[in-house]
Design a protein around this ligand. Structure first.
Ligand code: HEC
Length: 120
């Protein structure tokens, strides 16, 4: 998968969030709309490398078992800044620190956000 392909659809959304001042305040839960966006990324983008069921692929598994005992802050930093020299890209252009923290908390709890079925 080409990690830059995602910028085509993600950049306008991220830009809109910044322009509208929609970034959540410190420690706030992402809004339901952002939770849905994060769930989509997790499945379609993170899942492209980490596996759609997060059990690993090009990237390591993101299951509760695999992340057990790993410091939350370093996992959050990995999501925001990527791992230079590896395929893990930085997600800072697309999500806030709170959103990355929310994702890691869900992953470490073994409760990755699910993509909602189409509304109709
Ligand atoms: C282009 C492939 C790719 C994509 C897309 C990707 N990752 Fe990764 N990710 C990796 C690789 C490869 C590693 C392992 C890097 C290393 O060797 O340290 C990794 C490492 C990680 C780690 C650290 C795991 C650990 O056990 O230390 C986390 C957490 C993570 N990714 C989360 C995510 C999330 C969340 C997303 C989507 C927002 C994502 N990744 C998207 C390839 C990817």
């Amino acid at each position: 998968m080409d990690p830059f392909a995602l910028s085509r659809h993600a950049v306008p959304a991220a830009l809109a969030a910044v322009l509208l001042g929609a970034a959540p305040a410190a420690l706030a839960q992402p809004t339901p709309a952002r939770q849905a966006q994060l769930a989509h990324w997790l499945r379609d983008d993170c899942g492209a490398c980490h596996g759609m069921t997060l059990r690993g692929g090009l990237g390591p598994p993101l299951t509760r078992e695999a992340l057990a005992g790993k410091p939350r802050e370093s996992l959050v930093a990995t999501v925001l800044y990527g791992r230079p020299g590896t395929a893990m890209p930085p997600w800072q252009p697309f999500m806030t620190q709170d959103e990355a923290q929310w994702l890691i908390d869900r992953l470490q709890a073994g409760k990755p956000p699910a993509v909602a079925p189409p509304a109709n």
